[in-house]
Design a protein around this ligand. Structure first.
Ligand SMILES: [Zn+2]
Ligand SMILES: [Zn+2]
Length: 273
């Protein structure tokens, strides 16, 4: 299974267009899309589905049933609201067929504009998708308490005194950690004020070569031609490209991507292959 180190996090999983995409970041206890479900993903508690193409959600029945069989509490599965009812219907039918009983599962419909707190200190902002079917993107931020600006010049002793007097000395700030765009024809930088500062950006790059430009446009996928504009807009330390078409070999992907990039961008562009 491919592994990619991005700072303190390891991206683990697989991503191949039309086959399966599933990416786990164990350190954040989350999975982006679940086209298949490896057994070691079962214990991860948060699953964010970008859209209802089979290669992005077909691992859900395994994830749900394996947790149920193991007596684990259901994981939190976030899905675009457009397919929420149909998905529940399908899962209930599968559950009947498989066990004759209802699997215990927890699915939450999400829509653009939602902000969903999870774990102790994380929040998922739901951003618009841009694909051939209804889709969403995700921006995960960390919530931190920071000393308010007006108190930044005070000494430690003065701060302690203020705190003792009951004054609210801190305010909540959000730190953009990671954005996952799912299958996309690109995202507007205005989708969220913190988006372009995310530490890691995971963006698909299904098509690479000039002869696939039209196909990319028609199927609402990202083409390598669009990468320079994205790199210009995003300040991310790690840009991770995934979901390459099966037409391309790993060697061809590396060659075409890095030949097209200026050397100054080579170190922050990573391939999840
Ligand atoms: Zn896909
Ligand atoms: Zn798709």
């Amino acid at each position: 299974m491919p592994l990619l180190q991005c700072g303190n996090w390891i991206l683990e999983g697989k991503s191949s267009s039309a086959v399966a995409t599933y990416i786990r970041i164990k350190e954040l206890d989350l999975i982006f899309d679940l086209g298949r479900c490896p057994m070691n993903f079962i214990g991860t508690n948060h699953v964010f589905i970008s859209h209802f193409h089979l290669d992005h959600y077909f691992g859900l029945p395994i994830y749900i049933s394996q947790r149920w069989l193991a007596g684990m509490p259901p994981g939190n599965i976030y899905v675009p609201s457009s397919g929420f009812k149909q998905l529940k219907h399908i899962l209930n039918k599968l559950s009947e067929l498989d066990a004759g009983k209802g699997w215990n599962y927890h699915i939450l419909p999400v829509e653009t504009g939602d902000a969903i707190p999870f774990r102790r200190n994380l929040i998922a902002h739901i951003l618009p998708g841009n694909h051939s079917v209804p889709a969403v993107s995700y921006l995960i931020c960390e919530i931190r308490n920071k000393l308010k600006k007006e108190f930044s010049n005070l000494s430690g002793k003065e701060i302690v005194e203020l705190k003792k007097s009951g004054t609210q000395i801190t305010e909540e700030v959000q730190l953009p950690l990671i954005a996952y765009l799912g299958d996309t024809r690109g995202i507007s930088i205005d989708a969220h004020p913190l988006l372009n500062q995310c530490k890691v950006l995971i963006c698909e790059c299904t098509f690479l070569t000039p002869d696939h430009r039209e196909r990319a446009k028609k199927t609402r996928h990202f083409h390598l031609d669009m990468l320079p504009a994205l790199l210009e807009q995003f300040k991310s330390e790690y840009i991770v490209l995934n979901h390459f078409s099966r037409r391309y070999t790993s060697d061809l992907i590396k060659e075409v991507v890095y030949n097209q990039l200026p050397p100054s961008e080579h170190s922050r562009v990573n391939l999840f292959i």
